[in-house]
Design a protein around this ligand. Structure first.
Ligand SMILES: NC(=O)c1ccc[n+]([C@@H]2O[C@H](COP(=O)([O-])OP(=O)(O)OC[C@H]3O[C@@H](n4cnc5c(N)ncnc54)[C@H](OP(=O)(O)O)[C@@H]3O)[C@@H](O)[C@H]2O)c1
Length: 292
């Protein structure tokens, strides 16, 4: 299978490249093809003739989107629509990566894919409107919503907590937002499996289980063997430009229908920590004085 990945330099894009090794894969970052313009997208697809296009490119700075709405819409809506149009012209199947932020977060039970979209932030709106337009352009597109992405090689919550914990004895973390952490390599494997399964429609894909950010932080520190104490706090103590969903657990039923399951987030966290430790060891070995 030939796969072309937009957003290949990102947190998800990097493991997507490793996980699709068995396929003929091309990865593109913004320097290779700026998706805000249709011409570079068209050129990239003409050069690579993919069976599947995976769009993991986005402007993901959720707070930045509030102050830079034009950029949010240009990348997350216009860019996604450009890719959908070119996918249709070229006959390639499309998988678009989306987010739990398309929901308002007022739910109390896991969201199913057909739950009405009601984004509360510019980022969420840009992705929700892209989903709607993509579905109009390509009714057989696959839209994979995920949440709370973490992984080695990018800015993410566990990395922030571990860095803070190395210099602080206590950290306050909000305990009134619940979701499902998702390790990027697990999601990448699920995405490639969905392409192979010829998936269509909206699919929810996260690590299994759910927690609050406080519970996640406590488990990060515990699993890393650190003594930093994590204190629960509330979102009103951390006012941020973009509103976060209070509850954004995504039901796994749509993923299970394709016979695909994802590990529990605690197991995913252990894998992340061992990959992170190995990466740190190898970078300290190569930078050690006297090494050839
Ligand atoms: N991070 C999360 O917690 C989270 C949660 C739910 C859903 N998602 C979704 O998951 C997907 C992957 O997110 P991520 O965290 O991997 O993102 P990321 O690490 O921020 O990477 C973003 C990627 O998009 C590319 N990109 C940005 N602007 C572009 C442009 N104008 N033209 C072409 N490419 C552009 C970047 O390319 P360069 O680096 O080359 O500029 C990079 O490869 C996104 O669709 C995001 O909305 C993320």
């Amino acid at each position: 299978m030939r796969i072309t990945i937009f957003g290949a330099t990102g947190l998800l894009g990097k493991p997507l490249m490793w996980e699709s090794k068995a396929d003929e894969v091309t990865g593109l970052g913004s320097k290779d093809a700026d998706i805000r313009d249709v011409a570079p997208v068209r050129r990239a697809i003409a050069n690579t003739h993919p069976d599947w296009i995976v769009n993991a490119a986005a402007y993901t700075d959720v707070d930045g989107c509030e102050s830079n709405q034009q950029l949010a819409l240009a990348v997350n809506w216009r860019g996604a629509v450009n890719i959908a149009q070119v996918a249709k012209e070229s006959g390639a199947r499309l998988l678009f990566v989306s987010t739990d932020y398309v929901f308002d977060g007022l739910g109390t039970t896991p969201y199913e894919p057909d739950h009405p979209r009601a984004p509360r932030s510019v980022y969420g709106r840009s992705k929700a409107e892209a989903e709607e337009e993509i579905t109009r352009i390509s009714p057989d597109a696959c839209i994979v919503r995920t949440s709370w992405l973490f992984g080695v090689g990018g800015k993410c919550f566990p990395d922030t907590i571990l860095k803070l914990a190395s210099s602080r004895s206590t950290i306050d973390v909000v305990n009134d937002q619940r979701g499902s952490p998702t390790h990027a390599p697990d999601l990448a494997r699920a995405i490639i499996s969905l392409c192979h399964a010829s998936a269509k429609g909206i699919v929810h894909a996260t690590n299994s289980g759910d927690c609050t950010w406080f519970e996640f932080a406590r488990e990060i520190v515990r699993s890393a063997g650190l003594n930093t104490v994590i204190h629960p706090t509330t979102s009103d103590k951390f006012i941020r430009p973009a509103e976060r969903p209070r509850y954004s657990v995504l039901s796994p039923a749509s993923l299970h229908r394709y016979g695909i399951g994802m590990p529990h987030w605690k197991e995913a966290l252990r894998n992340y920590l061992s990959i992170r430790n190995a990466a740190e060891r190898s970078s300290s070995n190569t930078s050690a004085p006297g090494k050839p």
